[in-house]
Design a protein around this ligand. Structure first.
Ligand code: 26Q
Length: 820
């Protein structure tokens, strides 16, 4: 009985109602008649969770064999999960049963859906990618465990006050967190600070001993990750910091009990809040604490609790591959060395040989300022033993370099893990590259540029170590759940199999020429537009006009992504309308929707938000526009809003400066939902365009080599301003204070930066962008052909399923088994 199969609650409406009422009465402690919507939501979530739990136990049981298969340990500081309820219902095939069960209880299930606060435990692309990947690993039945941090506050809630971004804390757990299962008895200690000394062991060998100054406990929270209708449920294990009782003994001993308890809470800050920077992070001590905290807990958890008791650490490479989601978990490399050396008594060479096989590193950037470095002084204070180990890794590495490249000291200095300027610091990307089996970029172009630029020296030394895995998105959340109408149309046409085998979308290619199918496809889009209109009215009081081309730019706000270029386009359209240059009745009516959070300390990004809001206010209230142009900027763009907005879009804006966007994943979601892309030759746009065909993609702007060339010869944005009257008018209109109640001061930093700096060459690409947008308008005029193009976008982008990405990781990097 103790090891037998787990009995799942039956898949019937009756059983579901019973389980639900049980949760409501004995979990929440309320009768149905007196229950609040939140009580009902929590009870429903826990009911669904019990169905998941049965599969979770069953999955674990199946994997508990004598020779367990090699696992993937996905290490990520972020998981931008989005709401859980619908995905769990879909995966377990309980959507209809749950809906009927709620009806039987007199409850509208949609009201309960709205009650869920999404876990926003990530900033943007990187965190959402991790969420898509764990969905695909479960769907492929890959033996895996994902580790991260259970932040008490996720990505901030964005509000606008007088057109400016104001951040509010994201207390996502305040109404109860029904999805996490805590195991207080399984906590793991994590230590910090102190000093290291030499001692002589019983065998007469000298060893190093780390005596930490303080520590915390890592509390284990399990979240269930269901595969799509395959019975598999994997684990996402998020750690929460808890103070230890012995945390600060001397304060307790001093007799001030209350003060001592208060001081304990200091340790719990470690998992308090997600850092909202996603491109130019500062070397904050608490952030390093977070990184070590979750990685140390995860590695220890894997070795002590996930492996069998008699397990030999020398077998680790056959048992685990830790995938490093960017450099954030890279401190895991010296941590594993420390465990092998200090806790398992291995010799350096043996420990290093093992460690080198246990990690693989994914890089997500091309911006040099986004590469993480940590000051040596900070590392020595917080993790003295790890710093020692890093020095030793570097010593060996530098010696190897000097042998390979005698006399090339410049190269040695460039490649060293330790940088000397401007401050002695540890280059985490170098450490990751030196210790990893494979290093991958996230799109074809990005992986090439990684080899040519960011990690060029390393790819010359170890060419076989570098590979590409193009990103993907989960078709469950981003098509099946978010776009039910399109999903139904596809299933009615080619059957249901596409959800777990997205290449099958290719079978739609022929239907692009089918007038009846095109008609239905347009009806889907119209339906989704009505849906987003309703959402924005009730969510934000924004009333989108009807019958417009819906043009959407949603992504974090960053100069390299060039929201400013989009803004210049809007101002140009507006200028044409109010100057009488065009007759309003002849232009394609267009609504532009933005969604973007700015890092709270990123001044230029916040100025851009202010200006977008100011332009929206002016444009939307100017009668001369005659309803031909509308700009909406709903605050707090998140996964939940994305699910409603993306399926309604006609046009997807992917306009980063070529060579700066590593991949992008929003671009994939739009194409799969039948939007056409206007985009530069950047990131995964390149692959999207190759797949959908040039004629179904609006390409514009410089290529990466052209960008490099222009920058080499000296870029002067002012020249473009002088030469292009249309651009001049747009900038002058902004500078005049027209959008800012006459205030020139309010826009001076924005305008000044464009004219005299423009790091990301917006002005250089402006003319090409406007020209491409004019082509978009002309093309939209032919609705039938537009639908044809949109259908071909859907049919040819099945490649961008994260299932394919994970298969690539398995084939090229992990070499683990799949199958349920
Ligand atoms: C690092 C240290 C301290 C504080 C914060 C950070 C930090 C946090 C998040 C640094 C970077 C990030 C996020 C980066 C990110 O989202 N990159 C995006 O990753 C996507 C998935 O691969 C790509 O599609 C995007 O092109 C890339 O910008």
């Amino acid at each position: 009985l103790a090891n037998g199969p787990v009995i799942s609650p039956p898949h019937t409406v009756d059983a579901f109602v019973k389980a639900f009422l049980h949760e409501l009465n004995f979990g929440q402690g309320v009768p149905l008649s007196r229950s609040s919507v939140n009580d009902q939501y929590l009870a429903l979530a826990r009911t669904v969770r019990s169905y998941l739990m049965a599969r979770w136990l069953e999955t674990a049981r199946r994997r508990r064999t004598d020779k367990p298969a090699k696992m993937v340990g996905y290490l990520s500081a972020e998981y931008l999960l989005g709401r859980q309820l619908d995905n769990a219902l879909l995966a377990t095939e309980l959507t209809d049963i749950a809906t009927e069960a709620m009806v039987a209880c007199g409850i509208e299930i949609d009201d309960l859906r709205q009650q869920e606060v999404e876990p926003g435990l990530g900033n943007g692309g990187l965190g959402r990618l991790a969420a898509c990947f764990i969905d695909s690993m479960a769907t492929l039945g890959a033996s895996s465990i994902a580790y991260g941090i259970r932040y008490e506050y996720g990505i901030f809630q964005q509000t606008f006050v007088d057109n400016r971004q104001v951040e509010k804390p994201d207390a996502w757990l305040s109404m109860g967190g029904p999805w996490g299962v805590v195991h207080p008895e399984m906590e793991v200690p994590v230590n910090f600070g102190g000093h290291v000394e030499t001692y002589v062991g019983e065998d007469g060998r000298e060893r190093r001993r780390w005596t930490p100054a303080w520590g915390v406990m890592a509390l284990r929270y399990n979240y269930m990750v269901p595969g799509y209708q395959n019975g598999v449920v994997n684990t996402l294990r998020l750690w929460r910091a808890r103070a230890t009782e012995s945390f600060d003994l001397h304060i307790f001993n001093a007799g001030d009990y209350a003060e001592a308890v208060r001081a304990q809470t200091f340790a719990e800050n470690i998992s308090k809040v997600l850092y909202p920077e996603d491109s130019t992070p500062q070397g904050k001590e608490l952030r390093l604490q977070q990184q070590y905290f979750f990685v140390a807990a995860s590695i220890k958890d894997f070795i002590q609790h996930t492996m069998p008791k008699d397990f030999d650490v020398r077998d680790l490479p056959e048992r685990i591959i830790f995938q490093l989601n960017d450099t954030h978990p890279v401190i895991g490399i010296p941590e594993l060395m420390r465990i092998l050396l200090d806790e398992h008594d291995l010799e350096w060479e043996e420990a290093w040989a093992i460690t080198k096989q246990c990690f693989a590193y994914t890089c997500h950037t091309l911006l040099p300022e986004a590469l993480e470095v940590w000051p040596v002084s900070l590392m020595e204070r917080l993790l003295p033993r790890h710093m020692e180990i890093i020095y030793r890794i570097n010593e060996d590495f530098v010696a190897e370099l000097r042998e390979t490249y005698p006399g090339d000291e410049l190269r040695v200095r460039r490649m060293s893990i330790i940088a000397d300027h401007p401050e002695r610091s540890v280059r985490m990307a170098h450490l990751a590259t030196v210790a990893s089996v494979k290093v991958n970029g996230v799109a074809a172009l990005h992986s090439e540029l990684l080899k040519e630029k960011v990690l060029n020296d390393f790819s010359e030394l170890w060419p076989e170590r570098f590979t590409n895995v193009t990103n993907g998105v989960t078709p469950r959340r981003f098509i099946k759940l978010s776009n039910p109408e399109q999903s139904k149309l596809i299933s009615d046409t080619i059957g249901k199999g596409w959800v777990a085998n997205l290449d099958r979308l290719e079978e739609l290619v022929g239907y692009a020429d089918d007038a009846d199918f095109r008609e239905k496809f347009r009806a889907v889009k119209a339906h989704n537009k009505t849906r987003i209109r309703n959402v924005l009215v009730s969510r934000d009081g924004i009333a989108l006009p009807e019958g417009h081309l819906l043009d959407v730019m949603v992504k974090r706000l960053h100069e390299y992504k060039r929201q400013s270029l989009k803004l210049l386009h809007i101002v140009t359209l507006y200028d044409r309308l109010i100057s009488g240059e065009v007759e309003p009745s002849t232009v394609t009516p267009r609504t532009v929707v933005f969604g973007a959070k700015a890092a709270p300390g990123y001044a230029m990004a916040k100025e851009t938000i202010f200006l977008i809001n100011s332009v929206a206010q002016t444009v939307n209230n100017d009668p001369r526009v005659d309803g031909r142009l509308f700009v909406a900027f709903p605050p707090n763009y998140n996964v939940t809003l994305a699910e409603k907005l993306i399926p309604a879009a006609d046009l997807s804006e992917q306009i980063s400066l070529a060579g700066k966007e590593a991949s992008g994943t929003g671009n994939m979601k739009f194409a799969l939902n039948g939007a056409l892309t206007i985009g530069t030759d950047d990131g995964a746009n390149v692959e999207i365009r190759q797949l959908v065909g040039d004629e179904n993609f609006f390409l514009f702007g410089m290529t990466e080599p052209e960008v490099a060339e222009l920058q080499a010869k000296g870029y002067r944005p002012g020249e473009y301003y002088e030469r292009d009257p249309q651009l001049r008018r747009a900038i002058d209109l902004i500078a005049s204070g027209h959008f800012t109640k006459g205030s020139r001061d309010a826009v001076s930093s924005f305008v000044g930066d464009l004219l005299y700096n423009d790091r990301f060459l917006a002005l250089a690409d402006y003319a090409a962008y406007i020209e491409a947008q004019d082509k978009v308008e002309a093309a939209y005029g032919d609705q039938d052909n537009w639908s044809r193009m949109a259908i071909l976008n859907v049919a040819r982008t099945g490649f961008f399923s994260s299932d394919r990405s994970i298969r690539d990781y398995i084939d090229r990097i992990w070499h683990v088994k799949t199958g349920v």
